[in-house]
Write a protein that binds this ligand. Structure first.
Ligand code: SF4
Length: 352
């Protein structure tokens, strides 16, 4: 499938792209939104999407059209039905046209993630317009992930718009907001993020996560040394374990993060960062410092997470303690580097 994904903004794209990638569908993002006013708002949303798509390595096409004149001419006499009569179709039509002309066989849209949009109308329009251009319309009810996507967007610092796009939606948002705020369709309920992503301490059988822990530390013997005394935390996504971590007490002031690993199909979604934030919140009331021992390759990751104080290096650690040679990517692991995080400091944590 060659999918052209009409994309209205970066925050709405987060869940849609993650979800499509989890289905092994690699979308090409297509920006065409002549409905965002004023121009600086248009630019802020477009530029944020440019940065975000670059950061997650997804191909993106930007069709420039601010389109204020046409938009106003076309909606001025049908303000109440402007979304379905002009704003949705004009964007979907251009997406289908571009797809047809450039060898895409399928289109979809991130408009399907918003519970504030007219979801059924978008689905119907998408199917009709795709058919007209001889391409498929990929329908997904992305709304289940709206909250999760927005939370992730906020966490990674994406520009979060305050209104749908056009000047009329801006008026509703700010001018008469108490009476005319956007409402969820009747009967629609969010599935709260907390039910999707959950972190808790494992109080039962810690060995059940051994296979996963071995991905980060390939020696059962080494894991057994810290697992029995360590506290193991599990992050689940829709009840599936996605990331686990083990922490041990070093002394009355210090704990050590001994192992943290995210299951392969959940990598790149920020779960490692989420887990570290959780651990920091969990331990900061009782301890002053969290240390981590890492390979050279992973130092930048931990520094980004606030482990910015170098503690020590143990030379030949991986040679002396493991029966086999250990590789991290192409690099053989030899020395272990210890860094620490001050749990009392309000560290800024970057998303990974
Ligand atoms: S409210 Fe949103 S969807 Fe409707 S016309 Fe304005 S920008 Fe388009």
């Amino acid at each position: 499938m060659k999918l052209l994904l009409h994309t209205c903004c970066a925050p709405c794209s987060v869940y849609c792209i993650d979800e499509l990638r989890s289905e092994n569908i690699e979308p090409v993002v297509y920006w065409f939104n002549p409905n965002i006013h004023p121009y600086m708002e248009y630019k802020a949303r477009r530029d944020c999407l440019k940065e975000y798509t670059k950061s997650i390595n997804v191909e993106a096409i930007f069709e420039e059209n601010y389109g204020l004149d046409d938009f106003c001419k076309n909606v001025s006499n049908k303000l109440d039905t402007r979304c379905q009569d002009y704003c949705y179709p004009v964007r979907l039509e251009q997406t289908a046209k571009y797809a047809k002309e450039h060898g895409f066989d399928t289109i979809s849209t991130t408009l399907l993630v918003s519970p504030y949009q007219k979801h059924d109308i978008i689905k119907e329009l998408g199917e009709v317009i795709a058919k007209k251009y001889g391409v498929e319309f990929l329908y997904r009810d992305f709304r289940v992930g709206f909250r999760e996507g927005q939370a992730k967007a906020r966490e990674i610092g994406l520009y979060m718009q305050k209104y749908c796009g056009c000047i009329f939606s801006e008026e509703i948002r700010y001018y008469n907001r108490n009476q005319a705020m956007a409402r969820l369709p009747e009967g629609f309920e969010f599935l709260p993020v907390k039910y999707l992503v959950n972190i808790k301490k494992e109080r039962g059988n810690k060995e059940q996560y051994l296979d996963l822990l071995l991905e980060a530390d390939p020696s059962k013997e080494m894991i057994n040394k810290y697992l029995s005394n360590g506290e193991l935390f599990v992050l689940t996504y829709k009840d599936e374990p996605a990331c686990v971590a083990v922490v041990i007490k070093i002394d009355n002031h210090t704990v050590e993060l001994k192992n943290i690993v995210t299951r392969e199909n959940y990598r790149g979604k920020g779960y490692g960062t989420k887990m570290i934030k959780y651990l920091v919140d969990n331990y900061k009331t009782k301890y002053k410092k969290m240390v981590v021992g890492t390979t050279q390759n992973n130092i930048p990751f931990y520094v980004k997470q606030g482990f910015d104080k170098y503690e020590k290096t143990i030379n030949n650690f991986f040679i002396d303690n493991y029966d086999e040679e250990i590789f991290d990517g192409n690099m053989q692991c030899v020395d272990i580097y210890y860094y620490s995080k001050d749990l009392k400091k309000n560290n800024v944590v970057s998303n990974v």
